[in-house]
Write a protein that binds this ligand. Sequence first.
Ligand code: PLP
Length: 361
Amino acid sequence: MDRVYNFSAGPSMLPLPVLEKAASELINYGDTGMSVMEMSHRSPAYENIIYEAQKKLRELMDIPENYKVLFLQGGASTQFAAVPYNLLVGSGKADYVITGQFAKKAYTEAKKYGDIKLTASSEDRNNTYIPRLTRADFREDADYVHICFNNTIYGTKYNYIPDTGNIPLVADMSSCILSEPIDVTRFGLIYAGAQKNMAPAGLTVVIVRDDLIGRARPDTPSMFDYKIMADNDSMYNTPPCYSIYMAKLVFEWLLELGGLMAMGKINKHKAGILYNYIDDSNYYIAPAEKEYRSMMNVTFITGNDELDKKFAKEAGASCFENIKGHRSVGGMRASIYNAMPVEGIEKLIKFMSEFQKKNPK
Ligand SMILES: Cc1ncc(COP(=O)(O)O)c(C=O)c1O
């Protein structure tokens, strides 16, 4: 079978040249005579891989010296707890914004650890927009503000970075990291599960400003403690070795492409042609409000549940995999992360147009 166009929200497509490079090195990496999967994480060959992965991510995202880059495990969901363990250590207050299910999970988890305020929510309109927030919305003595920058399930994204003044801004960027340039200095902490735009599942990247580490609650499990992880170069224990190696290959692929500026332009084009088609179709509807549309997760419906089901089924049979919307919202969702080629979207549009002709409403 040929490779399909995989529109999965994550784990998702990896760039073909990356998979090919990994395949060529699978059994014998460099001159080591072994696979990266079999290698001690303390070996010079592996130390070089993790060092290069960090260096390349720093270069790609222009991460300043005063930020640590950590390669952790447990998925983004573990950060829902790790963030309060490490950062909820001043007033014990933090402000959360709910714009989707993952933001809500982060809020619910944090509530176990302190005085957590629900500052704003977009649940009133089924998370189809992002609240406009100003500095006045946040408690002055909050230890941090938490947002989810791109909402994978609803297909929305912040089109601005909230001004939190001196309060550190923490962002879950699982589904938009590396999709375009972002000013890291506006954030105290960024975290992301790797399985969408970086690597296979198993790796979680945390980018955290120096002054926010080293003050974790005394009962913080060592594995959650950013300081311990930073002091040990993310190798306090065995790291997710192969995922980090794959991430390094993805970072190299992105750098070769021209970095995040170039990637951002491509993503804008890809999302643009799909949204334009939907808007002009007189058939498909994109529920997310226009100004908050995600470039990575394009949600759409026909307005008829039966047709939506038929669409997802027929798309699956025609090499467009995993296009069914999240089970909680229904409809369709085309996750078009960095590795989705433009032709995947062009072919999807052709399929959508044929489906429309065959299935009048
Ligand atoms: C925005 C966002 N945050 C958090 C998660 C949870 O990530 P993980 O499965 O790595 O815990 C996801 C997963 O899809 C996500 O999209």
